[in-house]
Design a protein. Structure first.
Ligand SMILES: Nc1ncnc2c1ncn2[C@@H]1O[C@H](COP(=O)(O)OP(=O)(O)OP(=O)(O)O)[C@@H](O)[C@H]1O
Ligand SMILES: Nc1ncnc2c1ncn2[C@@H]1O[C@H](COP(=O)(O)OP(=O)(O)OP(=O)(O)O)[C@@H](O)[C@H]1O
Ligand SMILES: [Mg+2]
Ligand SMILES: [Mg+2]
Lengths: 517, 320, 327, 328
């Protein structure tokens, strides 16, 4: 019988207004790690959702599992074929325990009155977590976990199934390096067991680290499939983007401009303690550390979403008191949250409405009515400058791909013309093209005098964009350095508290860094 | 052909009108048309009030008792020799007080609206009982009864004019002002609005105040029409107004809803009730018909949506 | 997390205890077995309905037609009495017919909600109008009183075991049964799952339409049982007797800590909610509160209860130390 | 499709009234109850319809499904549009029907009230089942009689706090107690029962508990006495606690049987309906009733000095002896 676990042929998918996939194919061998790559909106997630039975392809599509032709009408069909999927936007149940979240789905299709076997659930979930080396109490409700932890639970679920094929749609996007390493090891283990894996990511580095073969999509079309040893990063990027992408590392000299933003001993019990730092004119301040270090909580407290126990702020030398996000925006502080879909966007509303949301008051004409014309122009401008695709201003944000959604969120804040921009995990799930654009953008904003604070778990990104780097560990600043003294080793040391073993596992030779970005 | 939910409902309203005009004797008679115009405003205002709240993803079960309490406010003034304007002001103040109370608990404490208003519904009713001892307050000056019974330029009922004005105002507020925009945005995703520097509590507070204001206007019309107020003033409108709002296309989970849709829905209900009464239907059968319409229309929407999607798919795939 | 989840029911329990102790203080009668039994028996119907409503609210839906459905079944029962022989079999048959009649109406709601995807509140508003209207039209609101009840049914409704009325056992059975379904069966967990996140449930292959169908059907089924309880309790069928009851039922459920946005809710919480409302009703006369102020008191207590619950919930959320910050 | 078919009774099937009425030469008399679909108003419907048949006029009996003032006004407004000759209203809220009745008069429609009085000035004729004062006092007397003692605690249940006529009766009853039975103590404010038997039942249970020495319950509004009696019956207190109230005989029977309900005081709502329709016909024909006039199927009526307030007769007492003889 065939040595392919999965073959999908002439797959097309038309959404109202968008041809997301146009006659695409995907062939995955048994036990291989197959990378699926393409720019934002290339159609990766859509292809996966078709494989999962969530979207129905346009007529003419063919599926073969292990050579036998198959039909996938509902998610359960895929599950029964041994396909399990880790979605880009997680699919967990916040109100259920970790254990149940891991187990759920295995009984789907069984009798409604079947008694659930709690012992079994406990056993399976604990096993899965152990393999992943995650230590969370299996009785915790998932809503209690950070996004990173949730990501890991999602992965644990997929592993708990005795799946033949596991699809991972950008699983590392919100993981920190050490967790990423864990995941890599899991992937190796799985493929060693003969389980096939489709791995979607925008981080070429990790794709080369993991994959046996690549399938490249561009604008919903099939470009080709390549063995890892027949191709290199430059070529791959060329195939994805259809043009050369040039990388550059931040050649920063220490900024000596005036201090435009100062945080003084911020503390919030259970989240962070005694955080103080300054931000200078034209400077990009990178805040990194392991996931769960308290960065987001810190950012949210500065932005006024969360209460702080103590601490004070100064913008351009004068103290400001921020008690709510409204204050923050008034005072010129903007925050791009890490949870794009829930916190960043009003998904059901149009791109325009999202972009104008923070400044809607300023768009009033003399009747106190919103001046629609100005609003549209403004939106158009950012859609253009950020190259949001498809560039249909009235399209609901929900219909955009992950990366394009992020662009809209950034556009939203640029429209507010902030003094200080705090951006949390700015390039989660953003493709290499857009990524460098965003990095350039951040630098440009800094040079235009906006203070940029970038929270990121992706060290190469931190190194490429920041002038100065803060490392947080367990809610405290554990290290600070200028970028030109910074190395990944150094950062990881501060982040892990000098835990040697962990630290080796994440060493990446410096010269390659520049390329990964 | 691309028709919005609202315009379809508009056609349905027109349809029921013609249908009744054909079947129901005297439906078109001038004084029937008249009495319909007198009947629409009080309910219409409450329905719009409910719609605004529903757009935020909430619901206001206390709305009719807010109206009743506002009515009591006016009645107390009138029966104590105050003029019409003080009375109207008092009605509005009473209502706003209730609205502020709801708004505070919903927006500041963050209790879900259905809970809050379940409580305040009983609370406000209680306040009215405590004030009126359950009996009705009546006997208002004729000038006051003109509001609900009088004509503008001798042909259009005053009340319908008032209704039209507030309908338009509401429409403008929702679709053209930044408050209205925020109401919709909040309705679709309140977390995102918070993260965008929107002061959710302010937006919400205004919503409940505005709903209360509309309730007060409705109350003024009712009290002047019925020349009295009692604890149950307009209580039969509660679930009806929810029904009208959703029949009008308002998304019960928030984020979408249009004044015009709600108005069409109110018309549909009005034509059906009035028509069937003229046809001498048993009143309880009228409810049956209303209920059926509600379900039928939404079922229709569902299938027409499905159909549209299919069409679009086809066009798109042919285009490609 | 557990602690927090208890929290939610705990705050309402606290309020129940508080009011109870006040009542015990002002009226010696309150804490007598007799009174408590009356109090519970008087709320068996609300209790049964609230339990059904809990499942629906967990799936983030709502059903405002329960009272109408219950009445409709009660009326059907009164007609059935005409045909059934006066014997114990009839009572048993009743427990077969009534729930089935309710189930059918529940299924109707369920189909519209799950397959046609009309929001539940709209569907049930519609069916409320339709069913209530038809009931009123057919019965013209006439009572059926115990004279036309079979003796067997009357004696059934008077049964007491260990001095506790049969209806209370009925409630207990429904409560335990539903708790078991919710906690230990696949369908029960699916109810919680789609309440937590419908999209995810689709992705893991839960047929959420079937689940929604189930909760509404089950609601109808319980409404059937509630109808028997109602008939046995009032020993009469009054087509107007339950108007407006749906709001009380919903109030009880949400007071009991079920989250109107879905995902959260528990049987014991709901029972506490029912108890709270029951105690307030009962307390009004025992505490000799002036008639005209009773609603003010009731309303105020509800508002305070839900606010207090929300506040303590927020607190517990804040307290959740996410990471242990090293000193 | 005439609402008359909905009568609980067999003779419901007359198709007069309703739509075609306005065309034919016959007289159209609209009778509007507080609400349709409760036994009391069903009985009066039966009477009114019967009168319609016997006297050859179209009787349209229609009202709201809830005792809600605004809903009732709408019904009347629609009737005005239908150009009935006479509209007889049992107002939920006397004041609230004033404007619409004015409108009716302006269109030359004769207006009258029945069951519950509307504004005196406005109506051409006012049909009252009994004299409110007399009725209230009568119930009070019956209760004392049933208690067999002129002292002790009693409680008063009412259908709803805002029901005008119920309040009239209760006030009258209170007066009777004050004046003639000073040793009777009314334990609390009148207690509302939402026009529901079950509520009356539960409230009574609570009353019996918190006032163990309660001697009597006066229950006003038709479902209330049944609920009160049910409570007494279940607690086996027939001999300790007397219940008197306004209820229909058929519903009362099971409680009258064992004395848990001592006396149901009411009038014959069927006759009231009949009388209303009959007088409506007279009124349309331009006649006015006189004091002591004999109306067939009803009996001798009395007319107050104002010349337009008709009293049907004295209250009727329903006891275990006679309750069986009525068909409502
Ligand atoms: N439900 C939908 N309705 C309409 N268009 C959609 C829908 N989902 C996706 N699209 C469109 O289909 C295209 C492919 O989207 P998809 O999410 O597959 O991209 P992607 O390759 O996953 O991008 P990313 O790497 O940013 O996640 C995009 O243009 C997107 O706008
Ligand atoms: N939505 C949430 N609910 C509950 N706890 C959370 C939530 N988000 C984060 N936490 C907890 O707060 C702690 C700090 O999380 P935070 O997100 O601030 O860390 P971080 O450094 O920003 O990492 P990342 O943002 O990459 O997850 C973590 O231990 C996490 O468990
Ligand atoms: Mg994607
Ligand atoms: Mg973070």
């Amino acid at each position: 019988m065939s040595d392919y676990i999965l073959q999908m042929k002439n797959i097309s998918k038309t959404f109202p207004g968008v041809k997301a996939l146009d006659n695409v194919q995907l062939e995955v061998k048994k036990g291989e790690v197959h990378a699926l790559i393409g720019e934002n909106g290339a159609g990766k997630s859509t292809l996966i959702k078709i494989l999962a039975g969530i979207h129905q392809p346009d007529p003419g599509a063919e599926f073969y599992f292990e050579g036998k032709d198959a039909e996938i009408k509902k998610p359960i069909d895929a599950t029964l074929k041994g396909v399990s999927i880790i979605y880009q936007d997680l699919s967990l149940f916040p109100n259920l325990s970790v254990a149940e979240n891991i187990y759920i789905g295995r009984d789907s299709g069984k009798k409604a009155w079947k008694k659930v076997n709690w012992k079994n659930i406990k056993r399976i979930s604990e096993k899965a977590l152990k393999e992943l080396e995650v230590d969370v109490d299996i009785n915790t409700k998932v809503e209690q976990l950070s996004i990173a932890q949730q990501q890991l639970i999602e992965i644990a679920r997929a592993m708990a199934f005795e799946s033949k094929l596991i699809v991972m749609d950008e699983p590392t996007s919100s993981l920190s390096s050490s967790e990423v390493e864990k995941l890599y090891r899991v992937v190796d283990k799985l493929s060693a067991q003969g389980i096939s894996i489709i791995f979607i990511s925008h981080k070429l580095k990790e794709l080369f680290r993991l994959s046996d073969r690549f399938t490249v999509l561009r604008d919903g079309k099939y470009v080709g499939s390549y063995d890892v040893d027949t191709i290199d990063e430059a070529k791959l990027v060329n195939l994805m983007v259809g043009r050369e992408v040039t990388y550059e590392k931040n050649q920063s000299q220490v900024k000596t401009g005036e201090v435009i933003f100062e945080v003084r001993d911020f503390s919030k019990s259970g989240n962070f303690k005694d955080i103080s730092f300054q931000l200078r004119e034209g400077e990009v301040l990178g805040i990194t550390g392991l996931v769960g270090a308290g960065r987001t909580e810190l950012a949210q407290s500065i932005f006024g979403i969360n209460k702080k126990d103590q601490g004070s702020l100064e913008i351009h030398g004068e103290p400001v008191d921020i008690r709510s996000s409204e204050d923050a925006v008034k005072k010129g502080v903007a925050y791009v949250p890490e949870a794009r879909q829930t916190q960043g966007l009003v998904l059901d509303q149009s791109i325009i409405n999202n972009i104008s949301l923070p400044v809607i008051d300023k768009l009033n004409n003399k009747f106190k009515f919103i001046d629609r014309k100005i609003e549209v122009e403004m939106a158009q401008q950012y859609i253009k400058s950020l190259d949001v695709r498809p560039s249909l201003p009235e399209l609901p944000a929900s219909k955009l791909s992950g990366g394009n959604q992020q662009k809209v969120v950034i556009g939203k804040w640029l429209s507010a013309q902030p003094k200080i921009l705090i951006i949390d995990e700015p390039t989660n799930g953003i493709d290499i093209g857009a990524k460098t654009e965003i990095h350039k953008l951040l630098r440009r904003l800094a040079n235009e005098g906006i203070g940029v604070i970038m929270i990121s778990s992706e060290l190469p990104e931190v190194l490429a964009v920041s002038d100065r780097i803060l490392v947080m560990r367990n809610g405290k600043i554990s290290g600070e350095m200028d970028v030109n003294q910074a190395t990944q080793e150094k950062i990881m040391n501060y982040a892990l508290g000098g835990n040697g073993k962990q630290h080796e596992s994440v060493v990446i030779e410096k010269e390659k860094v520049s390329q990964e970005v | 052909m691309k028709l919005s939910k609202e315009s379809i409902l508009g056609l349905i309203a027109l349809g029921t009108f013609l249908f009744m005009a054909l079947l129901a004797p005297g439906f078109l008679s001038s004084n029937n048309i008249n009495s319909m115009m007198f009947q629409i405003p009080e309910f219409g205002l409450l329905a719009i009030a409910m719609m605004v709240v529903i757009v935020t993803g909430g619901i206001d079960l206390s709305i009719t008792y807010i109206a009743a309490l506002a009515g009591v406010g006016a009645a107390l003034m009138l029966t104590n020799g105050f003029g019409i304007f003080p009375a109207i002001i008092m009605a509005i103040l009473f209502a706003l007080a209730c609205g502020a109370f709801n708004g505070f608990i919903v927006s500041k404490i963050g209790v879900s609206p259905i809970l809050v208003t379940l409580g305040t519904m009983v609370l406000f009713e209680g306040v009215i009982l405590a004030i009126t001892k359950g009996s009705s307050i009546s006997g208002f000056p004729d000038a006051y009864s003109l509001i609900g019974n009088g004509y503008y330029l001798g042909l259009v009922p005053f009340s319908i004019v008032i209704f039209a004005i507030f309908a338009i105002i509401t429409g403008l507020l929702l679709s053209k002002t930044s408050w209205g925009r925020r109401v919709y945005m909040y309705g679709s995703n309140e977390v995102a609005t918070l993260y965008s520097g929107v002061k959710n509590s302010k937006v919400l507070m205004k919503v409940y105040l505005y709903a209360a204001l509309l309730a007060a206007i409705s109350a003024i019309i009712m009290t002047s029409r019925y020349n009295s107020v009692k604890v149950d003033l307009g209580s039969s409108y509660l679930l009806q107004s929810v029904a009208a709002a959703v029949l009008g296309g308002t998304n019960i989970h928030g984020g979408y809803g249009k004044v015009i849709g709600t108005i069409y829905a109110v018309f549909v209900f009005q034509f059906i009730r009035n028509g069937l009464n003229l046809l001498g239907f048993h009143s309880s059968l009228v409810d049956v018909v209303i209920g059926s319409i509600l379900i039928l229309v939404l079922t229709m929407n569902f299938f027409s949506d499905k159909f549209k999607k299919k069409q679009e798919q086809k066009n798109a795939s042919q285009a490609a | 997390m557990k602690s927090l989840f208890k929290q939610k029911e705990f705050s309402i329990l606290a309020i129940v205890l508080l009011i109870s102790s006040i009542l015990t203080f002002v009226s010696p009668v309150f804490l007598t077995v007799g009174n408590l039994l009356d109090l519970i028996e008087g709320n068996v119907v609300i209790g049964i309905l609230a339990i059904g409503m809990t499942l629906i609210i967990i799936t983030s839906d709502i059903d405002v037609s329960v009272a109408a459905v219950t009445t409709a079944v009660a009326v059907s029962i009164s007609y059935l009495f005409g045909f059934l022989p006066d014997s114990w079999i009839s009572v048993l048959l009743l427990f077969l017919f009534a729930p089935v009649i309710g189930l059918v109406m529940g299924l109707f709601n369920g189909l519209l909600v799950s397959k046609i995807e009309i929001p539940a509140i709209v569907v049930t508003l519609g069916t409320l109008n339709i069913i209530a209207g038809l009931v009123l039209y057919i019965t013209n609101g006439n009572y059926v009183n115990s004279t036309s009840f079979p003796q067997s049914f009357l004696s059934f409704s008077n049964i007491e075991i260990l001095g506790i009325p049969i209806l209370i056992y009925l409630l207990a059975i429904v409560a335990v049964g539903t708790w078991f379904i919710l906690k230990h069966t696949l369908i029960g967990r699916s109810v919680l799952a789609i309440g937590g996140n419908t999209q995810s449930s689709v992705r893991v292959g839960i047929n959420y339409q079937r689940v929604k169908l189930f909760v509404f059907a089950y609601m109808g089924f319980l409404a059937g049982i509630a109808a028997i309880a109602q008939t046995a309790y009032t020993k009469a069928v009054d087509p107007n007797g339950m108007i407006g009851l749906e709001l009380t039922v919903i109030a009880a459920v949400v007071l009991g800590g079920a989250n109107i946005h879905g995902g959260r809710g528990s049987i014991h919480g709901t029972l506490l909610g029912v108890l709270l409302l029951a105690i307030m009703q009962n307390g009004m006369i025992l505490a000799r509160i002036d008639t005209y102020w009773q609603n003010v008191v009731t309303g105020a207590i509800i508002v305070i209860a839900v606010s207090y619950d929300q506040i303590s919930y927020k607190r517990s959320q804040d307290k959740l130390a996410n990471i242990e910050v090293e000193a | 499709v005439s609402e008359n078919t909905s009568g609980s009774s067999e003779e419901g099937s007359n198709d007069s009234g309703g739509e075609e009425s306005s065309d034919d030469g016959e007289m159209n008399i609209a009778v509007v109850p507080k609400l349709v679909g409760i036994p009391y108003f069903n009985a009066s419907e039966t009477g009114a319809v019967q009168a319609g048949e016997e006297l050859g006029v179209n009787v349209e009996y229609t009202g709201p499904t809830q005792a809600d003032a605004s809903a009732q006004v709408k019904v009347i407004e629609d009737l005005v549009s239908k150009n009935s000759d006479v509209i007889a209203v049992a107002p939920n809220d006397p004041a609230s029907v004033e404007p619409v009745l004015k409108k009716a008069k302006d269109q030359g429609i004769k207006v009258m009230d029945w069951d519950t009085p509307a504004d005196k000035e406005l109506v051409d004729l006012s049909v009252k089942q009994v004299d409110d004062e007399e009725f209230g006092r009568h119930m009070a007397g019956k209760l004392v009689e049933a208690m067999g003692t002129e002292e002790g605690k009693i409680a008063i249940l009412t259908g709803g706090l805002s029901a005008a006529n119920l309040n009239l009766w209760i006030d009258a009853a209170k007066k009777e107690f004050d004046e003639n039975y000073p040793d009777i103590e009314i334990v609390s404010e009148k207690i509302p029962t939402d026009e529901k038997q079950q509520v009356a039942y539960q409230k009574t249970l609570d009353l019996l508990k918190s006032y163990p020495d309660l001697k009597g319950v006066l229950a006003v509004s038709t479902p209330a006495p049944l609920g009160a009696a049910q409570a007494v019956q279940e607690k086996g207190l027939q001999d300790e606690v007397s219940v008197v109230g306004s209820a229909l005989p058929n519903d009362s029977e099971p409680f009258l049987e064992d004395g848990s309900l001592d006396t149901a005081v009411l009038w014959n709502p069927k006759k009231l309906g009949y009388l209303t329709a009959a007088l409506g016909k007279m009124l349309a024909g331009g006649e006015m009733p006189e004091d002591g006039q004999e109306i067939e199927n009803v009996g001798e009526i009395s007319v107050k000095d104002d010349g337009k307030t008709v009293i049907m007769g004295p209250p009727a007492d329903f006891t275990k002896e006679n309750a069986g003889d009525f068909d409502f």
